[in-house]
Design a protein around this ligand. Structure first.
Ligand code: PDD
Length: 278
């Protein structure tokens, strides 16, 4: 694989970053994951906007506009001949001797790499996800896309060790989101229920796209929190993310959702999402 580090394209074996990088020592870094379908980037501009916001919230001095990130993304796709998968971009505050006080004026570290993945024909899309719930013990600025992913990684591992696919995290009796996806349900009345944007969840790019055209799939969008019992009683449930697109959820804590198979509402939304993304 050819990767990108601080302005250079090079083979992954030759790429390196300082052991004093703030991203490594403090998770003092933000990231974006952009899907690639048919060799093209999905929602690049929306990811750029969220990146700018994350950088601003953490006061990391990197101007995405000035850096031709689109050009770098495109070159990386080309050099790796990537048709389907993702591009990962991470920007840390840079390199400084270890100190809790954030340094000023360090040049940010920028890394990008690609991963080839079967996104369109992902097995989970056909089968549906089995979910368990766990308390949401993350910090309270989940709207900033930082690399502090220890807890979500523990939760995903817990799910896999329990023989299921993922965790939906719960706070004050309400579902926040999945370990790396937003959570949604469809009621018997045809309402698409999704938690409103706040500091409690990541402002998903896929979530926003789905809400934009939900009406065309005959779904009325209602942005409000929902609990685990309501999700278990829903007609359908699904998760959204850049790499999962729209993936059905067929079981929560051992309880089947609807008839326990991926539902028609979720299928319509997934098909529409893929159609508008390619
Ligand atoms: N994760 N919520 C969390 C906690 C996430 O980590 C993600 C994405 C989402 C969905 O956001 P979007 O639709 O913009 O991808 C929601 C990425 C894919 C990841 O960490 O790999």
């Amino acid at each position: 694989r050819i990767v990108h580090v601080n302005g250079s394209f090079l083979p992954e074996e030759s790429a390196s970053l300082s052991i004093f990088d703030r991203g490594l020592l403090f998770a003092d870094a933000v990231y974006e994951v952009t899907a690639v379908i048919d060799g093209g980037l999905v929602d690049f501009e929306a990811h750029q906007q969220r990146l700018r916001r994350s950088l601003g919230e953490l006061d990391i001095a990197f101007d995405p506009e000035a850096e031709d990130l689109l050009g770098i993304h495109r070159q990386l796709l080309q050099r790796n001949d990537l048709r389907e998968g993702l591009i990962y971009l991470q920007i840390s505050r840079g390199v400084a001797d270890r100190d809790f006080v954030q340094p000023r004026g360090t040049p940010p570290s920028v890394i990008l790499f690609t991963q080839a993945l079967p996104l369109l024909e992902a097995p989970a899309a056909a089968r549906g996800l089995r979910i368990i719930t766990r308390p949401d013990l993350r910090w309270h600025r989940r709207d900033i896309k930082t690399t502090q992913l220890l807890y979500p990684s523990m939760m995903k591992s817990t799910a896999v060790a329990a023989g299921v696919d993922d965790v939906w995290m719960v706070e004050n009796g309400e579902v926040t989101e999945g370990s790396s996806s937003n959570a949604h349900i469809i009621t018997a009345e045809g309402q698409l229920i999704t938690r409103p944007l706040s500091h409690d969840i990541l402002h998903g790019i896929t979530r926003a796209a789905v809400l934009d055209y939900a009406a065309e799939a005959d779904l009325e969008v209602v942005e409000r929190p929902f609990g685990v019992a309501e999700a278990q009683a829903a007609r359908e449930a699904f998760a959204t993310s850049a790499t999962a697109f729209v993936t059905p959820v067929v079981e929560i804590n051992g309880h089947p959702i609807g008839d326990g198979a991926p539902g028609p509402g979720t299928r319509r939304i997934r098909e529409r999402y893929i159609a508008r993304s390619r």
